[in-house]
Design a binder for this molecule. Structure first.
Ligand SMILES: Nc1ncnc2c1ncn2[C@@H]1O[C@H](COP(=O)(O)OP(=O)(O)OP(=O)(O)O)[C@@H](O)[C@H]1O
Ligand SMILES: [Mg+2]
Length: 278
């Protein structure tokens, strides 16, 4: 009998194998995600890049079982969070997992996600995980608003979403996502809709949260500069496939695929242009 003496390597926090998501559009089949393997380890930041329509959003929506509409023709594969099969998980169990130390998601458009008729403090309170220390809801909400950079949490908690700027709404959505104390945060182009200075602030804040909370982050972005600043590893997607998965350093220094090399070149070019303008 062969006995392995090497210590057991813990499985990734999230492990996706052979994921397929196909949509039927008229009589056409769209292979939005086509046999994708994707891992996120505890505490790491993973980037997902690739051109528009390459399947980035569909990938993380299928993993989190959020917002997939009814035109899905097929979803198949193996998706495990801490070893638990997410695709087969009953809705109730999935809700519990999202509610407490599981995963959360933030999107490009917080308005589509926030309830316009409810004060933001209430909405964050409803997302709170059960708390063993039985602190009051309002103090936990204030702490979260403080953590996402509001100097005046109490007054923000009383406001409605339409009374906040785009950047503030994005912070509120992040506070809501943090309320369940997630081990993994999915971020789908979280700053694309914001103007450049606010983008930078929100990204810096996300990075700080990732480090301070030791929270894994999977971020979809069009900006390789964001990957370079934030991510440990990166997946490059094209037409539903992962073309390349590499450490961020390897992607920039030794891209394996011509498409990845082109992305890296383009991003270097953009950085030069920005420097030239400054
Ligand atoms: N609900 C849907 N019904 C039918 N087709 C869809 C649906 N959602 C996505 N698709 C198709 O699946 C493919 C992948 O789309 P997806 O939104 O995942 O790409 P993406 O990489 O996130 O693009 P972007 O960078 O523009 O956000 C596209 O061809 C898209 O048209
Ligand atoms: Mg998308």
């Amino acid at each position: 009998m062969k006995v392995s003496l090497s210590p057991a390597v813990p499985p990734p926090l999230l492990q996706v194998r052979n994921l397929k998501v196909h949509f039927r559009v008229g009589d056409r089949l769209v292979r939005a995600v086509d046999d994708v393997d994707f891992d996120v380890n505890a505490g790491e930041c993973v980037g997902v890049v690739g051109e528009s329509g390459s399947g980035k959003s569909t990938l993380i929506r299928a993993i989190s079982r959020l917002m997939l509409n009814l035109r899905v023709d097929q979803i198949a594969g193996d998706v495990r969070f801490e070893g638990r099969d997410l695709l087969a998980m009953p809705d109730r169990e999935l809700r519990l997992l999202r509610r407490s130390r599981g995963f959360s998601m933030i999107f490009q458009d917080p308005l589509g996600y926030l309830n316009p008729t409810q004060r933001v403090g209430r909405q964050i309170a409803e997302a709170l995980s059960p708390d063993a220390r039985s602190r009051s809801e309002s103090s936990r909400v204030n702490d979260l608003l403080d953590e996402v950079g509001f100097p005046d949490p109490k007054s923000v908690a009383r406001r409605y979403p339409h009374e906040l700027s785009g950047g503030m709404r994005q912070r509120v959505m992040i506070a809501m996502a943090l309320a369940s104390d997630p081990k993994l945060l999915f971020a789908d182009e979280p700053t694309t809709a914001l103007d450049a200075t606010v983008q930078l602030q929100v990204l810096q804040m996300l990075y700080r949260l990732h480090k301070n909370r030791n929270m894994a982050v999977a971020i979809i972005t069009h900006d390789l500069g964001v990957v370079a600043e934030m991510c440990d590893r990166v997946y490059v997607m094209q037409t539903g496939k992962v073309l390349e998965s590499a450490s961020t350093v390897d992607l920039f220094e030794r891209p394996q695929h011509p498409y990845s090399a082109r992305l890296v070149d383009l991003s270097a070019h953009r950085t030069d242009e920005t420097r030239a303008r400054a």
